[in-house]
Design a binder for this molecule. Structure first.
Ligand code: 13P
Length: 245
């Protein structure tokens, strides 16, 4: 199975910067690159069009960092999955911890977004993960399972889905989860997804992934790739991570 290298640019990069990234990335990768890898880009929406043009006819897939549950209508300021699709989006990030933390997105709402993606054949990349407090209270698996079960209620288990485990305390902190922590959670998530009857899923790890920890992390069982924030902003550091394989 191909490993997934997903870039979450968060609230960064102008359209010009996105265009430059695409040019540089494509210049530095060949067809071989995609033999054992998939590359996903989640730009900020204003730069989605630039990413779409920049990666046109390439194997790089892209999509929005968040969408509304409705695709059109009187929802001032919201993002539409249909519009993202009209720009060629094939994937969508859902339930990132920053959405949960700063924009009060809860699991039932996240569930609607997963269902919407599935109904329009967009690949959902669902984010889950525990806070530091929850980990200290030994609630990591309980929290992750709850997030999974609610966000995936009613989802078609035959369709492909990607789940990104991102411990909140490891995001943007430079404090990557230990290999044992990642190993334990990914093994349990794999069992959980299997017990929920999912047939086609990949599990990503996210949280302070860098070139110097990528090789060890990618060799852990059931780590099918990474969701990368800060280190995905530069082509060089993103490719250094992708080249851990
Ligand atoms: P960092 O790689 O900057 O820790 O961010 C991780 C993340 O939130 C990706 O979605």
């Amino acid at each position: 199975m191909k490993k997934i290298f997903a870039a979450n640019w968060k609230l960064n990069k102008t359209p010009d910067q996105a265009t430059a990234f695409a040019q540089d990335f494509l210049a530095k990768t060949s067809g071989n690159f995609f033999e054992n890898k998939e590359a996903f880009i989640f730009p900020q929406n204003f730069s989605l069009d630039a990413v779409s043009r920049g990666f046109k006819s390439s194997k790089v897939q892209f999509g929005p960092q968040q969408i509304h549950t409705e695709t059109k209508g009187a929802f001032t300021g919201e993002n539409s999955l249909d519009l993202a699709k009209s720009l060629g989006s094939q994937i969508c990030l859902i339930g990132h911890s920053e959405r949960r933390q700063f924009f009060a997105e809860a699991n039932p709402l996240i569930n609607k977004k997963v269902l919407l993606c599935q109904s329009t054949d967009v690949l959902p990349v669902l984010c889950i993960g525990e806070s530091l407090e929850q980990r200290q209270k030994n609630e990591t698996l309980k929290v992750c399972f709850e997030q999974l079960e609610t966000a995936l209620a009613g989802v078609d288990t035959a369709k492909r889905i990607v789940v990104a485990y991102e411990p909140v305390w490891a995001i943007g902190t430079g404090q990557v989860a230990t290999l044992d922590q990642v190993k334990e959670v990914h093994a349990e998530l794999y069992k959980k997804m299997t017990s929920l009857n999912f047939k086609n899923f990949q599990l990503l790890y996210g949280g302070s992934v860098k070139a110097d920890n990528a090789k060890d992390l990618i060799s852990i069982a059931h780590v099918d790739g990474f969701l990368i924030g800060g280190a995905s902003l530069e082509v060089a550091s993103f490719l250094d991570i992708c080249n851990c394989l």
